[in-house]
Design a protein around this ligand. Structure first.
Ligand code: C5P
Length: 285
């Protein structure tokens, strides 16, 4: 038996634009995504000589074939026609669920990276990302990581220059939102503001953190904030703490702030975590 270990990094959407509905019912996206150091720990035992089994440190998360990490392993072995001779996946969760941080997708991405590396890289990263698209829309990005422009349903991932040094503070309020419901709501709304992804790319190219932070924008943010003022309250807390920019991630409900001043980030992290247990401080990865 061999044990593989991999970190599954959370993602934030620096920008998120929804361009329309596709024929397959999914939405056409354009999003600049970023991996951050908040992570789950993935441990995989291959060659256990026993039926597949999975353990997850959080009991409310299914630890079976419904889990994206399990699905990712299944797709990998089916596609490569490799027989692992028994498999055990252990996940230590830190990324909150239904938070817009790609929790399940990052686990799937980490499983694909770990297996691909152990079995001598049968797939390039681009091929592995394509395999990830079979598991979920955010998985291709989670395979690649770093800073990237993500398009299509999520399957087109193009690396961008790394984000300059900064600190993220993330705060998830106690309510969650359903991704399909939010997409539906967005379909019924006129999107009044879109992110400027071109400006964001330029800012990343110039490594201009002020301009990057100024350009973060997510079309889902006003949809959720409209019903839950807490999104605005947390954003306001980040703003007054000196964040260069603040926004909700993905379909929510985590709100993040970007800071150039690490001490200011620490202070607001310490202040918010008393009220919100799902508050984190992280760096870009
Ligand atoms: O692919 P995934 O299972 O992560 O997507 C979850 C849900 O989010 C989908 O069922 C769909 O309602 C919505 N979605 C979408 N367009 C995308 C990605 C996700 O409509 N590009």
């Amino acid at each position: 038996m061999t044990t593989l270990s991999e970190s599954a990094f959370a993602k934030v959407n620096l920008t998120l634009d929804v361009l329309g509905i596709r024929d397959d019912g999914y939405h056409e996206l354009e999003s600049v995504m970023q991996t951050i150091s908040l992570c789950d720990d993935i441990q995989i035992n291959v060659g256990t000589k026993r039926p597949w089994i999975m353990h997850c440190s959080r009991e409310d998360i299914p630890a079976d074939e419904r889990n994206l990490a399990w699905k990712a392993a299944k797709f990998f072995f089916e596609n490569t026609k490799i027989d692992p001779d028994g498999l055990e996946i252990n996940i230590t969760k830190r990324i909150p669920s239904e938070a817009g941080l790609g929790g399940g997708s990052s686990d799937a991405g980490a499983v694909l990276r770990a297996l691909n590396s152990y079995y001598g890289q049968p797939y390039s990263i681009a091929e592995l990302a394509k395999l990830g698209a079979l598991v979920g829309s955010d998985v291709p990005f989670c395979v690649v990581g770093g800073t990237a422009m993500v398009k299509g349903r999520g399957e087109h991932v193009r690396r961008l220059p790394n984000l300059p040094e900064c600190t993220f503070v993330l705060c998830k309020p106690d309510f969650s939102s359903s991704t399909p419901v939010l997409y539906k709501k967005l379909d019924e709304t006129v999107i009044l503001k879109h992110p400027n992804n071109h400006a964001m790319e330029q800012a990343l190219m110039k490594k201009d953190l002020q301009s990057i932070a100024k350009n973060i924008y997510n079309v889902f943010d006003p949809v959720v904030a409209d019903e839950h003022d807490e999104i605005n309250i947390i954003k306001s807390a980040f703003y007054h703490a000196g964040a260069l920019g603040q926004q909700m991630s993905g379909s929510g409900t985590t709100v993040f702030g970007i800071f150039s001043d690490h001490d200011a980030a620490e202070r607001i992290y310490n202040a918010l975590k008393n009220q919100y247990p799902n508050t984190f401080i992280a760096k870009q990865v």
